[in-house]
Ligand binder design. Sequence first.
Ligand SMILES: *Cc1c(COP(=O)(O)O)cnc(C)c1O
Length: 376
Amino acid sequence: MPARVYLSSPHLGTEEQQFVQEAFDTNWVAPLGPHVDAFEKELAARVQVPHAAALSSGTAALHLGLMLLGVKPGDEVIVSSLTFAASANPVTYVGATPVFVDSEAATWNMDPARLEEALADAKRRGKRVGAVVSVDLYGQCADNEAIERICATYDVPLFEDAAEALGATWRGRPAGSFGRCAVFSFNGNKIITTSGGGMLVSQDKVLVERARFLATQARDSAPHYEHSTIGYNYRLSNVLAGIGRGQLRVLDQRIATRRAHRAFYEKTLGELDGIGFMPLSPHGEWNGWLTVITIDPARFGATREDIRLALEKENIESRPVWKPMHLQPVFKECRMFGGTVSARAFELGLCLPSGSNISELDRERTVSTIRSLHRR
Ligand SMILES: *Cc1c(COP(=O)(O)O)cnc(C)c1O
């Protein structure tokens, strides 16, 4: 059996180990230190946002961000339905209720028209909306300019979940630069990784300073441990920040490689009847995180699941598109606006091996397995 081909696995460059060694040599093996400070500065510069707090995960960044935007128990928070559960779970951590909105066809991200409906509906019901969480799915930005305008009209803060979209842009603006604050994830499957980690970024210096304070157990300034508020243990380790600094230096290479994978898949699968691709908007630059195909079973002659199982037999990992949150048992009581676009993306969509470390042979095996199922 050939070695397993993963969807998206860590791909280290050449400098990570030096940074980690430096952390060992200087004994900065703690959730603070020079790499944490430098990683924050370097990431902030990359996404053109002045302030950043390095945290233990993207989920932790979403949790702190919601608190710092003033989301309160009993509030509603409007979230894109087509996403990973980590976009919605933190809404419940702060005692608020998620309300989901469907995707637009052009990007598979939050449909601005549906968002407007959801905001108008909450207003009619007299419900306070604490925040809007816009997700940049699979490395492509949502129409965050339109979403920002609508949020401004309703005076609701926008929170950009750019966990999957580091390096992407929308109308020239970097992912993570929209809204009041934004998050990135450096989990092992993301475009760059620290093995686990996240970042909260914002134009608002006070918000980011407060995030660092809450993330380090909310210690007031005193010689003893003094606390006047509830804190969290959410800071990123200086060792892992070292990995992040090395990874940032190869981000552009990773983007180029992943985008080339999609170009290859388009060239080799694109002409098959029944195969489509996640739409890419001409208004954005996609970071290439995952290549997603859609399979129309009537035209292709096999289903999404047939293809997934055939790839699995070849030891190739693929995965259905995120199951929308409004279809998840845990969120079944939540309100939903629209739903057919995200449901269809889930039903027909399959993520193909997209890691920057897969070989040309891996791609070719993936393609030939899929081609072998076409109208057999
Ligand atoms: C990965 C991811 C997160 C969570 O990030 P972690 O670092 O894994 O906690 C949040 N939102 C989206 C859209 C993600 O893909």
